[in-house]
Design a binder for this molecule. Structure first.
Ligand SMILES: [Zn+2]
Length: 445
């Protein structure tokens, strides 16, 4: 048996200890320099994102104006989708068309393997007879982009362009989903039913909607950003005495509404109110449950059914209502007539992943300044929504409101308003903000 060291244990251990300490010091230096490199690399990448976004901005404005001149309603986005497919092919992406109607998917493979992330933009316009308010007015009679999907499409193409230029550095794959038929809430579902997630398998998904916040800002929150809208149906045995029953049950169900009649909640303009609006911690657009006054009454020889729409800020409130209504009826003189209390319709709504919302907003604040991120506390009421919700049922993700307004020049980008208009600077902000988000999710996390 040969020993390098004499059998003199204390020295042996001391030497080992010294070597270990020396090794950990080297490791620490290596880790610190790796962190510095990745911090430097991150800064470089986000700078390149901003340079590329700036460089393509004028072209993107032209792309958007062309889409604006030739709008197509839900299900008819033939020319729009062809323009999108051409643009993506020119960037060198793998392009799939006609998914769930005129849906298009562009696949950008990064230079190295890694995560798979999707970006979604919607493409459809809306019927509108009102005159356009811009120089590049719609040339299609009765159709206009008054929901800003022309801007969403331009931003989606811009992000694809910027990320193509960073392709070698990208670790992973980005899927660009251009969705038809958002306005009728059908396109996302149609794309999924037509095998979208068999062609692509994203681990995260992101998308945006233009909104009346100022250009240069992004707003969102985790969980719901749009309210939940369900149809509640109550069925009774028909044993005569129906007038009293209908009146009493209407009153009882309406009693679950928790918004006062004189509340600022009822005026949509208050969404932006500094005290009552969405971005105030004291917002009136939270913890709400409203009951429509319009009850639909049906009567057959056997049954009387009463249906009404319920609008809530969160799913828990919504889910708890039928049980509460049932309980109250069972405690009333009508208990023996009650057959069932059920929801017959549920509009699924945007549901932002908590961790991804937090991380991406934190990143945006870091790179583009705290003032570019608007924290949201409230939920947009009255059944507005986005069928992006269907994608989020399959893949965790975040839906953002991109500021499009410019108050000084009177541009208030309220979707569906007849004088809808957008500050086109928001296109550049959208491209750089969300190229940075995707780069960060792909490379740096
Ligand atoms: Zn829209």
């Amino acid at each position: 048996m040969y020993l390098h060291f004499p059998l003199y244990q204390p020295i042996h251990f001391h030497q080992m200890f010294f070597i270990k300490r020396y090794k950990s010091a080297i490791m620490l230096i290596l880790i610190i320099s790796a962190l510095q490199t990745s911090a430097q690399q991150a800064e470089d990448l986000h700078q390149r994102v901003q340079q590329h976004s700036e460089a393509i901005f004028n072209d993107l404005v032209e792309v958007r104006r062309d889409l604006h001149r030739y709008p197509e309603v839900s299900g008819k986005e033939e020319k729009t989708s062809a323009k999108v497919a051409d643009y993506l092919k020119d960037l060198g992406l793998e392009v799939h068309t006609n998914i769930g109607g005129y849906g298009v998917v562009g696949i950008l493979q990064g230079g190295k393997p890694g995560k798979r992330i999707a970006w979604r933009a919607d493409m459809d316009a809306m019927p509108s007879e009102e005159p356009d308010v811009v120089d590049f007015a719609s040339e299609i009679e009765g159709v206009r982009h008054i929901c800003g999907h022309d801007v969403h499409t331009a931003v989606g193409l811009g992000i694809a362009n910027v990320l193509s230029q960073l392709k070698q550095e990208l670790q992973g794959t980005v899927y660009f989903i251009f969705q038809p038929s958002e306005e009728n809430y059908e396109g996302a579902k149609a794309m999924i039913n037509n095998g979208l997630f068999k062609k692509i398998d994203p681990q995260e998904i992101y998308g945006l909607h233009i909104s009346p916040w100022p250009a240069g800002t992004v707003a969102t929150k985790s969980g719901s950003v749009y309210s939940h809208l369900n149809s509640l149906k109550i069925t009774f045995k028909n044993e005569g005495k129906k007038d009293a029953l209908i009146e009493d049950i209407k009153e009882m169900v309406s009693g679950f509404q928790n918004v006062e009649a004189d509340s600022k909640f009822w005026d949509f303009r208050n969404l932006e109110d500094p005290e009552a609006g969405l971005e105030s911690p004291a917002t009136v657009f939270t913890n709400f449950l409203t009951v429509s006054e319009n009850f639909n009454i049906r009567e057959s020889a056997e049954n009387i059914t009463m249906s009404t729409l319920i609008n809530t800020s969160d799913k828990k409130l919504m889910d708890s209502l039928p049980g509460k209504v049932r309980q109250k009826i069972l405690e009333s003189p009508y208990s023996s007539l009650l057959e069932e209390v059920v929801y017959t319709y549920e509009k699924i709504t945007v549901n932002n992943d908590e961790e991804l919302t937090f991380k991406t907003l934190e990143l945006l604040a870091d790179i583009y300044g705290k003032e570019s991120v608007v924290p949201v506390y409230g939920v947009v009421p009255q059944g507005r929504g986005d069928d992006f919700a269907y994608f989020q049922q399959e893949v965790p993700g975040v839906y953002y409101f991109l500021g499009g307004a410019n108050y000084e020049s009177g541009v208030i980008s309220m979707p569906h308003a007849p004088d809808f208009n957008v500050d086109e600077e928001s296109i550049k902000f959208g491209v750089e903000f969300f190229s940075s988000v995707l780069v960060d999710r792909l490379i740096l996390r």
